[in-house]
Design a protein around this ligand. Sequence first.
Ligand code: HAM
Length: 420
Amino acid sequence: MVIASPKGVFDILPGSDEPWKDSSIWQHVERSCREVARLYGFLEARTPAFERTELFTRGVGETTDIVSKEMYTFEDKGGRSISLRPEGTAPLIRALLTSGQQLSGLQKLFYIGPMWRYERQQAGRYRQHHQFGVEAIGDPSPERDAELMDLLMSLFQRLGLTGLKLMINSIGDLEDRVAYKKALINYLTPKRSQLSEDSQRRLELNPLRILDSKDAADQEILQGCPTIFEYLSEGSRAHFVEVQHVLERLAVPFSVEPRLVRGLDYYTRTVFEITAPQLGAQNSLGGGGRYDQLIQQLGGPASPALGFGVGLERVIQTMCAQEVELPEPPRPKLLLLPIGGGARHAAFGLLKRLRQGGVATEIELIEGKLKAALRKAASSQIPFVAVIGDEELAKGSCELKEMATHKSLTVRLEDLGNHV
Ligand code: HAM
């Protein structure tokens, strides 16, 4: 019996029956992420798949869904509580703080990798998903907020995506939020019994998260609730206004959504999210914001920072739904087809020389009819086939077939690389 994969995960394979799981699209998207990161001055960071659980309870927040319900937490053989990383920001900050490097000046880093969340399985939600994340540490300027959103939108443009919506909001500093939370609780408490069960629970623990509720009755109640704008300090307000000005100057379209909040506790001031109409309920392609107090919360110096994470599954699914043009998957340029024992022997040396010369080459070793082998080459879209029989070999040549034109040419073996 074949052992099935665990629930909520998937494989990325060449020629996968579901196009979004095809490895060539993933390579293309990851290449684009790297290229955009390079253009915007971000260098790559890689952190371990697991961390001490404490990093996430302290960094992401104990009452968040991610930490309270979704972490893959286990005790290792030494009795330590370990969690698979559910997100990349806290680990990256931990890496900087433990690296011994001075956190001075601006640091711009990016990462691509899997994250794990024990979520209820549904379209667009996986127990292992992949994120492209960028983090800019050490700069409080509102221009940086706009720069990051511009990076994100230019990545999506490069990938051919259209019709996406960038929503932004300011959730203020911690102090602004204390007053706002109070106002929200005052507004919601008399309506408590009409709220969904989840929102009732959040009313004490994390009232801001109620703003994000998908429940229709909750949304109805929220229509008249106070907005955060009335509670922003002068500094937070000026910051948010400037972010919008810079976005306008950069011609990045956005909308201000006063009820936009995010599912992680570390945000301050600017938060943003990008949605795609094709994705249904799980329509967030990516999101992020400032986290000016996280570094200190994790034991480091006071240092402003911001970043975002993009879910690559959802990006690729949206690309497939929008039928964007994709580059050709990588495939060999040339197939060697030796016929007979001597040819087979000689072809292997030739194969190595061609590959060393930079020609992606494959060899057919399963002996069969010539016609069948040619058909196979055509179906795998290899543009050239070199037929090497013992007779040709004796003359130091082979018959080169161009599959698209059906033209054949006798070519000397040492010249083969120049012909394809
Ligand atoms: P997040 O919003 O939790 O933010 O995740 C970022 C993106 O990852 C989401 O918008 C979504 O596309 C994708 N994603 C999250 N969970 C799943 C899942 N179960 N299945 C598929 N895709 C998923 C963060 O993780 C923050 N660390 C982002 C950040 C970086 N903020 C500042 N810096």
